[in-house]
Design a protein around this ligand. Structure first.
Ligand code: FAD
Ligand code: FES
Length: 337
């Protein structure tokens, strides 16, 4: 296919060979758009504007894009095959994202079927990110997946540590990347990731905060708690963490330590179906919030977990009269949605 020209934000022009998706073509040029589904038209994160070129919307775009987005030329980069000149618009902040080479230096089981990975940076040597952001990890080809894939993982480490990041991976039965992390990845292996991505972050107000998370939704909240501690925050904060069983509680001791380190912080683990002895709260995490949270309308809410958990939490918070503009969340969307 002959070379084609891509003009970005009417500022920069690149000449590329056609034939691949726009998402992959841009990544080859070190422009990394967010993606959580590895380019399958499912996550919707690779949105950008196409001012000229690009052809017709695919079925995946018809499903994923809202009507007003379709009218204003929003497209999914993974759904466009580069075959002619394009004029595109990308948020400036995405143009500065980097690709990081790293080495896995520690693997720890931190709860039942949840594993923490420490990735020490090789090149570049340091990273800056906003607590709440995530990276896109490239999982190399292995027996489970003959093609390399990439998946989103939230950063869980202390943002003061610039030479490494930590992630937590929850095992998804039959999942490509989680199987790789649980069964193939070894200390000493090298990996690549891009980022940091995402808009999930703590606001700079002094409003009280309620955090609600489940499963690996713990990752960005832990990172935020480190940030609150590092900045000497005195904000009132309560953190409801939901799990099915006691063994699924991630870092309960560390959360107790945050209760000591942060003057106005309280951790409330909620177990849906405790088979074991359990003196804490029982049931759904949303029920516990509904029971407990007094004067809820004053709070800002930070939610992270499966789409189902986040949607249920939003519904509960609205019933408690917390307004939309005070509810911030990241859905850990699996690749089928
Ligand atoms: C912004 C963002 C941040 C994320 N952060 C984290 C994180 O910190 N830790 C973490 O473990 N994951 C996180 N995820 C989810 C992660 O990107 C992967 O989707 C997840 O690890 C499964 O990937 P996989 O390759 O193992 O499964 P896949 O091979 O992609 O999926 C295999 C099958 O399992 C299904 N499936 C996948 N995930 C789930 C699920 N959660 N529940 C039910 N079915 C599922 C799929 O639909 C598919 O049928 C995040 C996702 C997003 C969008
Ligand atoms: S990467 Fe395009 S929709 Fe997920």
């Amino acid at each position: 296919m002959p070379p084609v020209q891509i003009t970005i934000n009417n500022k920069k022009t690149i000449i590329v060979n056609g034939g691949k998706s726009l998402l992959t073509t841009l990544a080859d040029e070190k422009i990394f758009l967010p993606t959580a589904c590895g380019g399958r038209g499912i996550c919707g994160l690779c949105r950008l504007k196409i001012l000229t070129g690009g052809g017709n919307l695919t079925d995946a775009e018809q499903r994923k894009l809202k009507d007003d987005e379709k009218k204003s030329n929003v497209r999914l980069a993974c759904q466009i095959t580069v075959s002619g000149d394009l004029n595109i618009e990308i948020p400036e902040r995405l143009l500065t994202l980097g690709e990081y080479k790293c080495k896995c230096t520690e693997i720890l089981d931190v709860a039942s079927e949840v594993r923490q990975l420490r990735l020490e940076l090789i090149e570049p040597r340091t990273i800056d990110y906003i607590p709440g952001q995530y990276v896109q990890v490239f999982v190399p080809a292995c027996e489970k997946s003959p093609q390399p894939v990439s998946r989103a993982y939230s950063i869980s480490s202390d943002p003061a540590d610039k030479n490494f990041i930590e992630l937590i991976a929850r095992r998804t039965p039959g999942g490509i990347s989680s199987t790789y992390f649980f069964e193939y990845l070894k200390v000493g292996d090298e990996l690549k990731f891009t980022g940091p991505y995402g808009q999930f972050k703590i606001s700079q107000t002094q409003s009280p905060m309620v955090f609600i998370a489940g499963g690996s939704g713990m990752a960005p909240i832990k990172c935020m708690l480190h940030y609150l501690k590092n900045t000497g925050s005195k904000r009132q904060a309560v953190y409801y963490f939901g799990a099915n069983k006691v063994s699924e509680l991630v870092w309960p001791e560390l959360m107790r330590q945050f209760e000591k380190d942060l003057p106005n912080f309280r951790f409330v683990p909620v177990i849906a179906d405790p088979q074991e002895k359990w003196a804490g709260q029982r049931g759904l995490v949303t029920e516990a919030v509904k029971r407990d949270l007094k004067n809820a309308e004053q709070y800002e809410a930070y939610l992270c977990g499966s789409p189902g958990m986040v949607d249920a939490a939003i519904k509960t918070l609205k019933e408690l009269e917390i307004s939309d503009d005070k509810i911030f969340y990241d859905k850990l969307t699996p690749n089928s949605q």
